[in-house]
Design a protein around this ligand. Structure first.
Ligand code: SF4
Length: 247
């Protein structure tokens, strides 16, 4: 009997990135060992808690069907997130779940924390949302992995890179990183690589006015640096506030 470590399963609209606004079911795995300083889902980090997050496979699938039926959903879209769904402790279950859901005809996005490429999973999903961490996270992810994904048409066609920007230091780090992958892009004759998304950080401490000013600043940095990135906010946080969960 397969047991999944699940924090929550809920219906909402995609709040960020290139699929912004699509209604979809989110499956949030419980547990992550990466440890970003600016993590916005700290409740999904621990692997071992008093609360039992184990869910049987049949109950997980039942819950998805219930949500679809209750809401008369026509679109079959699922985003697998965390925590870190690609953590070795989740990986086998995540792969198994994706195989089942693909057979049922779902469009599947995987939220990857940017520290690993899991070919078996990336081959199967329809969309890869791959983090490239900035200095404010306190975590370093490898540009080599980004280059590998861009070079392989199997992955580049369904790839978005996502980076949270809190400060000018973060932005300059991304700008410098982009310049480093330009050679790869030129070799591949990719002129307009447009799926590197900057997400302005909407932290718990930020009030609306400060956040809007930060957003405008990031627009400006992007434009004055040649406009390499797409700047897309997290609309769910804007609408519901940064503390509301599962929206
Ligand atoms: S990878 Fe995601 S869940 Fe894990 S610490 Fe970083 S932001 Fe939080």
């Amino acid at each position: 009997m397969k047991l999944y470590k699940i924090n929550s399963i809920f219906l909402s609209h995609e709040g960020e990135g290139i699929h912004l606004g699509f209604p979809q079911i989110f499956i949030r795995f419980q547990g992550c060992s990466i440890g970003c300083k600016n993590c916005d889902t700290p409740e999904a980090i621990p692997f071992n808690l008093n609360k039992n997050y184990s869910l049987k496979e049949k109950d997980l699938l039942k819950k998805i069907t219930e949500i679809r039926k209750k809401n008369k959903l026509k679109l079959k879209r699922i985003s697998i997130t965390g925590g870190d769904p690609l953590d070795p402790r989740h990986r086998e279950n995540v792969l198994n779940l994706i195989m089942i859901l693909k057979q049922k005809g779902y469009f599947i996005n995987i939220e990857a924390s940017g520290n690993v490429i899991v070919k078996e999973i990336f081959d199967l999903v329809d969309s890869i949302s791959f983090d490239y961490k900035t200095p404010s996270s306190g975590i370093k992810t490898s540009l080599k992995l980004i280059k590998t994904l861009i070079k392989d048409p199997k992955y580049s066609s369904k790839l978005q890179i996502k980076s949270v920007v809190e400060s000018k230091k973060d932005f300059l780090y991304l700008y410098d990183s982009y310049l480093k992958i330009l050679k790869t892009l030129n070799e591949l004759k990719i002129k307009n690589f447009s799926n590197w998304i900057i997400t302005p950080c909407y932290s718990l401490q930020t009030d609306e006015k400060t956040f809007i000013n930060k957003f405008k600043q990031i627009f400006k940095w992007n434009l004055t640096s040649g406009g390499l990135f797409r700047v897309i906010g997290q609309q769910h946080k804007w609408i519901y506030g940064s503390q509301r969960k599962n929206v």
